[in-house]
Design a protein around this ligand. Structure first.
Ligand code: CP
Length: 317
């Protein structure tokens, strides 16, 4: 593997999951792969899980790790070419990227959608510049339109807990006070569409995702109908995708919050969320703390998804 930005980069999912379970059963078996290799993790945005799980995965593989928070301690970076740099950004990304590439063997990048331009966000300008100019393998630690390490961890978690060969997985929009990117729901949809699961997306009118990510999913605007018979409920907020409302909050309707009453409509479904989660906006305390909540196993599997990706990158260096 050279770069990892989407589901297509991982190859057949059955093989990827089998490899993940093998790594999970003996996470230090490949420690030799990372000897004298350095991972640089570059964060344009905050993180708890991605930062810790990816660093742990790299350590399991014997790598050295450098973490750079671009907005804390580094020069502010200009990202647009052609800009007259007379403002508060003293360094351009086009010099910074190859410089960072000099100090490492592999680069992980976290760079969220900025909501300044839908075109720029959906062209993945920042991570694509790293792929083009760093000279190193690059993997996404959540980019503008996808969060593939999260989706891979979600898939591993579903495979570990499913009791039917073809479970019903429902991704439901839930309310949140701030505008969030579409990266997690896009990516989860993309990975679910690559399985043979019964996959349903439910959200209020106005929150339609990019059809390229919706794919073969059934879209149901009635949340109660969507949840009927579900085996897994994946809750997430996202902002509007469609113009002219791109990046906007259209509703904070708490009738969409995942409650015990909503979960009672399902087939004793597991509850999933990528975290961080706003309790009693997205999901009630009793559901997230309940015996069917998978939020902690999902987070634990972030170490495993990162380790499979890093292992494959190191094997192809
Ligand atoms: N789920 C996830 O990516 O968490 P962080 O934003 O804390 O990394």
């Amino acid at each position: 593997m050279r770069n990892f930005t989407c589901v297509n980069d991982i190859g057949p999912l059955d093989k990827a999951v089998a490899e993940a379970l093998e790594v999970k059963s003996n996470r230090f078996a490949y420690k030799h792969l990372g000897e004298n290799r350095t991972l640089m993790m570059i964060f344009f945005n905050s993180s708890l899980r991605t930062r810790l799980s990816t660093q742990k995965a790299a350590m399991n593989l014997g790598m050295n790790v450098i973490v750079l928070d671009v907005n804390q301690g580094a020069w502010k970076l200009e990202t647009e070419r052609g800009v007259i740099m007379d403002g508060d950004k003293p360094e351009h990304l086009l010099e910074a990227i190859p410089v960072m590439g000099c100090y490492c063997d592999v680069i992980g990048v976290r760079s969220f959608a900025r909501f300044e331009s839908k075109e720029d966000d959906y062209q993945e300008k920042v991570i694509n510049q790293f792929i083009r100019y760093s000279g190193r393998p690059v993997f996404s630690m959540e980019a503008a339109t996808r969060h593939p390490l999260q989706s891979f961890a979600d898939l591993i978690t579903i495979e570990e807990h499913k009791t039917k060969s073809r479970p019903k997985v429902v991704m439901t929009w839930a309310p949140h006070p701030k505008a969030l990117p579409q990266a997690v729901p896009n990516s989860f949809a993309e990975w679910m569409n690559a399985t043979d699961y019964d996959f349903v997306i439910t959200h209020p009118h106005g929150y339609e995702l990019d059809p390229a990510f919706v794919g073969r999913a059934t879209v149901e605007y009635d949340q109660d109908k969507a949840l009927a018979g579900a085996d897994f409920v994946y809750a997430k907020n996202w902002s509007a995708y469609a113009d002219p409302n791109y990046g906007k909050v259209l509703s904070t309707d708490r009738a969409w919050t995942v409650t015990a009453e909503k979960m009672a409509l399902t087939d004793n479904a597991f509850f999933m969320h990528c975290l961080p989660v706003r309790r009693n906006m997205i999901v009630t305390d009793d559901v997230i703390e309940g015996p069917r909540s998978l939020v902690i196993p999902e987070a634990a599997n972030r170490e495993i998804s990162a380790q499979v990706v890093l292992k494959r990158i190191l094997q192809d260096l």
